[in-house]
Write a protein that binds this ligand. Structure first.
Ligand code: 2YC
Length: 285
């Protein structure tokens, strides 16, 4: 997944509310309801207001991204959770989160971004949550995906997870990547998945698209009436693409965070101790 930058996320806190309106228009529900729906629970099942959330800045590797913790906090807050960014980073920050009795702790290093439930020890992973969220959004935007052909652009961690989830939804999946071998690997791993060596042809041939790539996509390739769910960062579409597509669902961080929040909470509802939701395979520690 693309490493976020301060520039890419600078508008997240101010856009969380307009994102709600956008979601209602595109998929018929706000972020809070969508987060519950993506986890298969009813909006009333999760009282987000009951949860306190700590975000711990992590300085390892390439270090802290300016605004990242504040953006995650704003996304959690917009669901109704009570969130705060710890004053300290790293282990000191984790101890601060625990001594503040946070129910959920969000933290990200360069490789993984998780939401850890301190009560049930369950956790949700951002790669899985992003794939799950954007597949769910695509399904809602087009009235279900069973038996429909869907193109996944980008065979990276989110794209690969999206292929697996789409297969479970009963979609017939094509995958394309600028490195053809990565798409072929997924074709080998998932029976029935079709690798498309030519990215442009694959895009022109498909009305339903899940774009999990960091590349820009020429609008001339987009089918009229295309339904596109696009976690890919930075935003991939030009004016022509926006004119041709029926709907494009995209945001930089909030949707994945919302699904992580619902996952880290709802697993405790199912009372599965010490379980992590990594790509829907419950990892029993
Ligand atoms: O500010 C901090 O605490 C940094 N350690 C955060 C680093 C996040 C790196 N990951 C990403 O930029 C993206 C995220 C959207 C999730 C996965 N990759």
């Amino acid at each position: 997944m693309t490493r976020l930058t301060e520039e890419l996320i600078k508008d997240v806190p101010s856009k969380v509310n307009s994102l709600d309106e956008e979601l209602i228009e595109k998929i018929g529900m706000d972020m809070r309801e969508f987060a519950c729906y993506s986890m298969g629970v009813k909006k009333k099942d999760i009282v987000f207001e009951d949860y306190s959330v700590a975000i711990v800045p992590v300085t390892s590797g390439q270090g802290v991204i300016g605004g990242f913790s504040a953006s995650v906090a704003a996304a959690a807050e917009s669901l109704g959770m009570h969130s705060f960014v710890t004053r300290s980073c790293d282990v000191m920050g984790i101890s601060e989160a625990f001594s503040s009795a946070a129910d959920i702790i969000f933290m990200a290093d360069d490789d993984r971004f998780i939401a850890l439930n301190t009560r049930t020890r369950s956790f949700a992973d951002n790669i899985w949550a992003t794939a799950k969220g954007y597949v769910t959004a695509l399904s809602l935007a087009d009235g279900g995906l069973k038996g429909k052909r869907v193109l996944v652009i980008g065979a990276g961690r989110v794209g690969s997870e999206a292929v697996r989830i789409l297969m479970k939804e009963g979609a017939s999946v094509e995958v394309t990547d600028i490195i053809p071998r990565r798409a072929e690997d997924l074709q080998r791993r998932h029976k029935g998945v079709k690798a498309r060596p030519n990215v442009d042809d694959a895009i022109s041939d498909n009305r339903l698209i899940l774009n999990a790539s960091p590349g820009l996509i020429s609008g001339k390739l987009i089918q009229k009436g295309a339904v596109i769910s696009s976690p890919g960062v930075p935003y991939a579409f030009d004016e022509e693409g926006e004119k041709r597509a029926k709907v494009i669902i995209h945001d930089v961080l909030s949707l994945g965070v919302a699904v992580m929040a619902a996952a880290s909470v709802s697993l405790s509802l199912f009372n599965i101790p010490a379980a992590g939701v990594v790509a829907e395979r419950l990892v029993i520690e």
